[in-house]
Design a protein around this ligand. Structure first.
Ligand SMILES: [Zn+2]
Length: 594
């Protein structure tokens, strides 16, 4: 039994979530976490709303409200979406909590004590129009590296590089388009140059199994350009105060504190469970494995900067936090970052409404068809495209034809002809043993893909096996067998039920709702997975709602079926709905309209 941290990207609480976000990080994390739970490992899947920083402040300006109101509004939509989509976070919280403030400030103090922070003067864009310093994200201009015209001050979407905002060409304020001027201000910097040897060593230990795109943007970039100090505070009042006297009016930079959320959320989760020390199992035990599920735009922050923050904090974080010596924080084991998903051949754009929004989608469709399509199309190694016509076709020709119909026709036929019970088979024939062996081998083959976070390959392997069971049934044809030899038909149906019972588990990480239903039809009482619920919490900063998960009496396990003859089934019903082809055109017409 292993302790697995599933750390999931923190969505900015300034916009709804679209299918590209879901395919990029949230869904892959959930598939992986569900597999690990089925395998008997102890999982902590944590994340929350990134409630601070410029994106939220920008939205508040645009909506004429406060950053707190904006964060609360979008945070609530995240909780609703994740619960409906079955993203089983052990805890989805927010960065606007007392606990996160304290953990973030302690990381800051640990880095300060260890000599990895320094204060320095800095030139920063100042807006004479609004009378304040502009955070990097408030400034846009032409990228000085690649010439992309709409680069943000902190990062360029054209070349993906982190930028020095003061070097932007033709800068303009994102708020009002006015031209800012450079003025001097004082900030704390993370001494990444000093941390470079530790980060390089960390990356080299992982280079045999990390995805090439992640290695290129981490180790490759460091070896080419080296690491340099980076400001971790800013002149902004919406965020976490710098925990040093005489630094009023300055906050921790959102990129610095949001990643600390993985740690603070685990600590909050342990406290909520009444086991406040339990977070150590995922964070200070060297055997723990931490996986970070993010999109490619987040690679430098998770593969370079966050490991630098952790390495630089060393044993000092726990020493300050709990007055315990000798416990360092665990560095990432893997950062399986995904590329982007586009939409009908164009980049997804929320502002143009060129997007398929998660909650809106679920008003009209079930969650598992979305999970299926996003997984077969997951941008694991290159950008992919959401195509409405393809979504409908894959739902009908794969999810329904290969899997939904297979389960439904076997269950319905069995229910009708064997009094709603699993039939007593005769001696298993070579073809029965062959298909049982093939499907049971899936626990190894699908499991190996899942363990290595090759989710597309894992799902494809599961569906290949479902296809084999279809072939077996077509060849045995129990619907005809039963007319001449009911015992032979019983053997076939018993074998098929065992295969379906196993496939139910193999596909459960991807299709949890379908598998849960099928599990009931097969007569089981305890559910496969635990339950999710939303809860309102209070602390000194206000209320924050959280999404939680508890295993309860979950009974699913990554093992082959041992379905017993005579077991009572429940009345089956279709698992997957057929979708009309004409829906694709209707959906396309919604795109780009506001
Ligand atoms: Zn660029």
């Amino acid at each position: 039994m292993k302790d697995i941290l599933v750390a999931v990207a923190w969505p900015y609480a300034n916009s709804q979530i679209h299918v590209g976000n879901i395919a990029g990080s949230y869904l892959p994390a959930d598939i992986f976490a569900r597999f690990q739970r089925l395998s008997g490992n102890r999982v902590a899947m944590v994340s929350g709303s990134d409630s601070h920083g410029t994106p939220v402040a920008v939205r508040a300006d645009a909506e004429g409200s406060t950053p707190y109101q904006v964060y609360q509004k979008y945070h609530a939509t995240f909780l609703e979406l994740f619960q409906k989509l079955g993203l089983a976070y052990d805890l989805f919280t927010s960065t606007h909590t007392d606990n996160h403030f304290r953990v973030s400030q302690t990381i800051f103090l640990a880095l300060l004590e260890n000599g990895y922070l320094y204060a320095d003067r800095q030139q920063q864009w100042y807006s004479p129009v609004s009378g304040r310093f502009l955070p990097d994200r408030y400034v846009e201009g032409t990228c000085y590296l690649c010439g992309y015209p709409n680069a943000r001050g902190d990062q360029c979407d054209g070349c993906g590089e982190l930028l020095d905002a003061t070097l932007l060409i033709n800068p303009r304020s994102k708020a009002d388009g006015s031209i800012p001027e450079l003025r001097e201000t004082v900030h704390y910097f993370l001494d990444l140059g000093k941390l470079q040897p530790a980060v390089v060593e960390f990356l080299k230990e992982r280079k045999d199994y990390w995805r090439p795109n992640v290695l290129n943007q981490s180790l490759g970039q460091i070896l080419a350009k080296g690491l340099h100090g980076r400001a971790i505070t800013r002149d902004l009042d919406w965020g976490i105060p710098v925990p040093v006297e005489d630094w009023k009016g300055k906050c921790l930079y959102v990129w610095f504190e949001a990643v600390i959320g993985y740690l603070s959320a685990t600590i909050e989760w342990a406290q909520l469970n009444g086991q406040p020390d339990a977070w150590h199992d995922w964070w200070t035990s060297p055997a723990a494995r931490a996986y970070y599920f993010i999109g490619k735009d987040n690679i430098p922050f998770h593969a370079v900067i966050w490991p630098a923050q952790l390495a630089g904090s060393g044993e000092t974080f726990v020493k300050i936090f709990e007055e315990v010596e000798g416990q360092a924080l665990v560095l990432p084991f893997d950062v399986p970052a995904n590329e982007f998903m586009n939409l009908e051949g164009q980049k997804i754009s929320g502002s143009r409404n060129w997007a398929v929004w998660g909650l809106d989608f679920l008003e009209r469709y079930d969650p598992d068809p979305l999970r299926y399509y996003l997984t077969v199309n997951m941008p694991e190694s290159k950008d992919t495209d959401w195509d409405w016509k393809e979504f409908i076709q894959r739902n009908n020709n794969e999810l329904l034809a290969t899997w939904g119909n297979l389960a439904n026709r076997v269950l319905a036929f069995c229910y009708r002809n064997w009094e709603g019970k699993v039939p007593q088979p005769g001696t298993l024939r070579p073809q029965d043993l062959e298909i049982l062996t093939a499907v049971e081998a899936g626990f190894k083959s699908v499991g190996e893909h899942l363990e290595a976070v090759r989710l597309r390959a894992a799902l494809a392997e599961g569906f290949r096996l479902a296809g084999e069971v279809n072939k077996y049934l077509d060849s045995a044809a129990p619907w005809f067998e039963i007319k001449t030899d009911k015992s032979a038909a019983a053997t076939t149906i018993y074998t098929a039920l065992r295969c379906i019972d196993s496939l139910k588990i193999l596909l459960a990480p991807f299709l949890p709702f379908t598998s849960e239903k099928l599990h009931q039809f097969l007569g089981y009482d305890a559910p496969l997975f635990g339950e999710q619920w939303i809860e309102e919490l209070q602390d000194g900063l206000g209320t924050h709602a959280v999404l939680r998960y508890r295993p309860g009496n979950a009974s699913g396990s990554w093992t082959a079926s041992s379905l017993e003859p005579g077991k009572a089934l429940r009345q089956p019903a279709p698992l997957i709905k057929k979708l009309e082809e004409s829906l694709a055109d209707q959906e396309r017409q919604r795109l780009g309209t506001t």
